[in-house]
Design a protein around this ligand. Structure first.
Ligand code: WTA
Length: 664
């Protein structure tokens, strides 16, 4: 990143028109699921409103009589005396209601021509066999299962089969390393791992199974069996505990009677980065989570089951894949596209070709992807017929107005509304977003809490304010159905992390925010030590502890520096152990060492966590009490004049670091 180099400096053909807003097209508004009256209805009786959504969107085996139970804050219960099965809601009932022939997933593998259409009836057959196969391995209600798979339909089948059995799944993103997988498997004490030999990535098979083997070779594992999907056919080492997925499913009984579980039964655990080195196992339960996923997918993404082809480009390993590939759209019986690979394989128009081929109507993606496409140029999407698109969505980080406007024109044909959706792994589902048939869109702002959700912005003293342009902290002021129920095995950390910064009344999201003069909310990024790199959440502490675990490193500090494409980029500052300093000073050695450290982080966490830059320094800027002053390091990483150094214990440190930078 060079100083002052921002996306807005690139010519945008008069695209950027300050303050331009976009009212909903009349035709869109006329058919929209989300209508203006929802706001008043939800305001008048939030709990009654959510109960109505729970009844509208879900099929309950045993109806609930109570909406919210908030008698033991911050531990919420929603619809607690009701019972349901998540898999039955996402699959069986569509078949029972005569929609078995409807395509659930248009699967597009990365190798060209590798496509598969899976109907709801196909899915029904698969989830029953998969549930039986898992049950044959001893999995039942309350057992945890790790899922480490590429973006293939089996990932959704595996999740739904676990849900069918009441076995919470813990999906670990395929880009995480063996070490990261090991700690997640152990934390949740998983009994089975579902993986694949590999997946296709950038035109080649990429192995996954070796990471599972390495994760389980620590000798302390709770895992009894590993189910392996054959995807690439590459050579795979085999252990006694391993079984092929297709063989296990073939052997399993074809029908499975699903049991209903309490609404508050845990549905899944998903690990996410926090401000310490240890990832948090965020866990969600069934009834409330499904309600909000299905409702938001209907009113925000505006899915119409009979006419839409929906495509969420997230990976199943992140919360967006959980809520808006599996649980939301499938509960709504939607037809969707699932794509395995990268956007530029085999060419930079791959996504637009998929939109054209499948006549995709709704596309939900991340700002980092939009900015990448901006860099590749408008002529690439222009080659494809994308007139089917009628709604676009954005998630994962703030979308800057320039990227918003580019997306609106070049992908949405100046026609499709864009919903900028703010939410988190913890919130489970969308919280702040326009309703596309109601809201006049303001590029760059996520605008208003959706009907049923309440948010405020607080100042440093914890006082709510409404003044425009004043920067504060975003908080949520009422429990919501899809809220996390806790951190797996650590209720104290749950209270401490989310419900203590501003007292028990407020859920603290960790994001900075402001209002504009129209009362729209603008999200301003994290205010804690969590970075957002290409929409992936990473903690500075986690990467620091990975660096310090290298034998040559004495101390490390990591900051997120602004980056044009990825939002933030990881920049590390490292102090070496004395005995390795001389070695690093030898001509040419520094580069090798930096590479060695980057690879080490890749092994400890995963390639997504490799720092963009590592600087070897002799000191780090610290306050007198020994706290690293990240603000100053961020200044250096972003190439700015270094800010106020008066609280530094030794103010010459910054000169040393800056001199180091300029001699690089
Ligand atoms: C950020 C992803 C601005 C935010 C669903 C949040 C956003 C974190 C937006 C959660 C948005 C997500 N505008 N910022 N529309 N969406 N964020 O848990 O900082 O991976 O706290 O969930 O992403 O990331 P997570």
């Amino acid at each position: 990143m060079r100083k002052g180099d921002t996306v807005s400096e690139k010519p945008l053909e008069n695209l950027v028109n300050e303050g331009q807003t976009f009212p909903p097209p009349a035709e869109f508004a006329a058919q929209a699921n989300g209508t203006a009256d929802l706001y008043d209805k939800a305001d008048a009786d939030p709990e009654g409103f959510w109960a109505e959504q729970a009844r509208t969107y879900l099929t309950w085996s045993k109806p609930f009589t109570q909406s919210l139970d908030w008698s033991n804050p911050p531990f919420a219960k929603w619809f607690a005396d009701g019972e349901l099965n998540a898999c039955v809601n996402a699959v069986d009932r569509h078949v029972e209601e005569g929609r078995g022939d409807k395509v659930a997933i248009h699967f597009v593998g990365e190798p060209e021509g590798d496509t598969r259409d899976i109907t709801y009836a196909d899915l029904h057959a698969e989830v029953q066999r998969a549930a039986n196969a898992l049950a044959d391995l001893g999995i039942g209600k309350g057992d945890t299962v790790a899922i480490y798979l590429p973006m293939i339909p089996e990932a959704a089948v595996a999740m739904l089969a676990c849900a069918r059995l009441g076995a919470p799944h813990s999906v670990v993103f395929g880009g995480f390393s063996a070490e990261a997988l090991h700690s997640r498997i152990n934390d949740a004490e998983c009994k089975v791992v579902i993986t694949a030999d590999g997946g296709y990535r950038r035109g080649a098979p990429s192995a996954l199974k070796p990471a599972v083997d390495a994760a389980l070779d620590h000798g302390d594992t709770s895992v009894e069996h590993v189910l392996v999907v054959r995807r690439t056919g590459q050579d795979t080492a085999w252990n006694d505990r391993d079984l092929w997925w297709h063989e296990a499913l073939e052997k399993a009984a074809p029908t499975h009677e699903a049991q209903a579980f309490e609404a508050e039964h845990p549905l899944f655990i998903l690990y996410t980065s926090g401000t310490t080195g240890k990832p948090k196992g965020i866990f969600h339960t069934t009834g409330g989570y499904l309600t909000q996923c299905a409702y938001t997918n209907a009113v925000v993404h505006d899915v119409h089951r009979d006419t839409d082809v929906y495509w969420c480009t997230a990976d199943i390993g992140w919360v967006t894949g959980h809520s808006y590939i599996v649980y939301g759209p499938m509960t709504n019986g939607v037809t969707q596209v699932m794509y395995e690979g990268t956007p530029d394989t085999p060419h930079q128009g791959r996504w637009w070709e998929i939109v054209q081929d499948h006549k995709v109507t709704i596309l939900y993606t991340a700002p980092t992807a939009v900015r990448t496409f901006m860099k590749w140029g408008t002529d690439i999407p222009a080659k494809f017929d994308m007139s089917s698109l009628r709604l676009l969505g954005s998630v994962g980080e703030p979308i800057n107005p320039e990227a918003w406007l580019w997306y609106h024109r070049n992908i949405g044909g100046d026609r499709a509304p864009i919903v900028d959706t703010w939410w988190q792994t913890e919130t489970g589902a969308i919280m702040i977003s326009p309703l596309p048939g109601v809201t006049t869109l303001e590029p760059g702002s996520a605008q208003k809490p959706i009907p049923g959700i309440s948010a405020e912005i607080l100042d440093d003293e914890g006082q709510p304010f409404t003044e425009a342009e004043k920067v504060g902290y975003l908080v949520l002021t009422k429990p919501w159905p899809a809220m996390l129920r806790g951190i797996w095995g650590d209720p104290e950390r749950y209270k401490q992390t989310y419900w203590s910064r501003f007292g028990e009344k407020y859920y603290f999201a960790g994001d900075g925010a402001k209002y504009d003069d129209k009362g729209n909310i603008w999200l301003l990024g994290r205010v804690d030590d969590v970075m957002n790199v290409s929409g992936h959440r990473l903690s500075t502490a986690e990467i620091e502890s990975a660096l310090v675990s290298h034998p040559k490193v004495a101390e490390a500090a990591v900051v997120g520096a602004t980056d044009d494409t990825t939002g933030q980029a990881i920049c590390a500052f490292v102090i070496l152990r004395q005995e390795f300093v001389e070695e690093a000073d030898e001509p040419g050695e520094g580069k090798d060492l930096v590479q060695e450290l980057r690879n080490h982080v890749g092994n400890e966490i995963g390639p997504i966590a490799k720092p963009r830059s590592i600087m070897i320094v002799s000191e780090l800027p610290k306050t007198r009490s020994g706290k690293i002053m990240r603000r100053l390091l961020r200044d250096v990483a972003e190439g700015r004049e270094v800010g106020d150094v008066t609280t530094l214990a030794d103010s010459s440190v910054m000169d040393l670091i800056k001199t180091g930078m300029s001699s690089e």
